[in-house]
Design a protein around this ligand. Structure first.
Ligand SMILES: CC(=O)SCCNC(=O)CCNC(=O)[C@H](O)C(C)(C)COP(=O)(O)OP(=O)(O)OC[C@H]1O[C@@H](n2cnc3c(N)ncnc32)[C@H](O)[C@@H]1OP(=O)(O)O
Length: 157
């Protein structure tokens, strides 16, 4: 159904501003609602993520963008894994795993020491993946995302 070796991870480019919004709206609208902060970031990812020192990655398959993840800069040593999504019909086939492992490789390469994330326990596959790849729960502060009910971190060795 999906030939794993044909899935490549590519970085954001100016002509690829739309897929991060399309892919994230899919799940936000399905499970939650689009919060004002989502709308701001997804409508201008270059200004809100890239120009602030962050990174956006896409999973590409057969010339289609089928998944995405971002690393938003908190400070030089800590980034937030965010806006992760794989298109509904291709979930469960290992693309999310590839996106996370890519983030770890980039973090190592750039000397990033810690990755944090905010999520929701309703997102079973996401929580499963975060735990599987070594994220552990830490106390959640309020006021970041309305839908967040869990915060996790992973120290990059
Ligand atoms: C910080 C944030 O960005 S939070 C938001 C995360 N995004 C979402 O939850 C949006 C909706 N979900 C998605 O887009 C995708 O499912 C993603 C991005 C979370 C994962 O991408 P996928 O390509 O589906 O991931 P992948 O196929 O690599 O792995 C899915 C894992 O979840 C597991 N899984 C699937 N359904 C369930 C479930 N109901 N309960 C627990 N685990 C599950 C699979 O077995 C697999 O684990 P395994 O490799 O140990 O067998």
């Amino acid at each position: 159904m999906l030939q794993d070796n044909l899935v490549t991870i590519i970085p954001f480019s100016d002509n690829l501003a739309a897929p991060i919004k399309d892919l994230n709206l899919e799940w936000l609208q399905k499970y939650f609602k689009v919060e004002p902060k989502d709308e701001i970031v997804l409508s201008d990812p270059k200004k809100e993520i890239i120009d602030k020192g962050g990174m956006i990655f896409y999973a590409k398959y057969n010339n289609a963008i089928i998944g995405t993840v971002s690393l938003i800069k908190i400070d030089n040593s800590c980034f937030e894994l965010s806006k992760m999504a794989v298109t509904d019909r291709l979930q469960g086939l290992g693309v999310g795993k590839k996106l996370i492992l890519h983030c770890f490789a980039i973090a190592k390469e750039k000397g990033i020491e810690k990755i944090i994330l905010y999520s929701n326990r309703k997102l079973k596959s996401a929580i499963h993946l975060y735990e599987k790849f070594g994220f552990t729960e830490i106390p959640l502060e309020s006021g970041i995302y309305e839908r967040a009910d869990i915060k996790m971190e992973k120290i990059i060795a």
